[in-house]
Design a protein. Structure first.
Length: 168
């Protein structure tokens, strides 16, 4: 934001800024976010990156999985490894991305499809879908649209969960 290192350092020393991570600061009088690690990962990976996979599921509060890394989809040209960040390269359509709590994040249907493709256990997929449906965050038709578009195993899994009778 145009601050010199010296100015950042002096503002941090007097308590005006809080250092969140190397090169990332927050005004001290603003409270931290429960998703601060996701913000740091997003800032480190660039404006074109999007929080995804288990991390997106966590932002939607649809899982109790605590991923060791923050999952982020980045453009195919981004390839630098970063500690604590799991990079995925994939094409994103504008309809695959939304904003949640100030972060760009994959939509629930896109997140579900990505997690199925990554091999997340069926029980976690089933719980996330049923919870999202119950909370009105997604509709059957939203999920069927992504199932049809992605096809294959994604379609099989989504249709199987939607057919199952057991509520949460």
């Amino acid at each position: 934001m145009g601050f010199t290192w010296e100015r950042l350092s002096s503002n941090a020393k007097i308590g005006k800024f809080s250092r969140i991570s190397q090169g990332i600061y927050r005004l001290s009088h603003f409270p931290g976010s429960p998703h601060e690690d996701f913000f740091v990962a997003w800032l480190r990976t660039g404006d074109d990156s999007v929080v995804s996979h288990e991390s997106a599921l966590s932002i939607y509060n649809l899982t109790d999985i605590l991923p060791g890394d923050v999952h982020v989809i980045v453009p195919r040209t981004a390839s630098r490894r970063r500690r604590g960040i799991r990079l995925h390269t994939s094409r994103l359509n504008p309809g695959d991305v939304t904003t949640r709590e100030g972060l760009p994040v994959t939509t629930i249907p896109r997140t579900i499809a990505d997690l199925i493709n990554s091999g997340l256990a069926y029980e976690h997929i089933e719980n996330a879908i049923k919870e999202a449906l119950q909370r009105g965050l997604v509709t059957d038709s939203d999920l069927l649209d992504v199932a049809t578009t992605r096809g294959g195993y994604v379609e099989i899994m989504i249709r199987q969960v939607l057919r199952s009778e057991t509520p949460l």
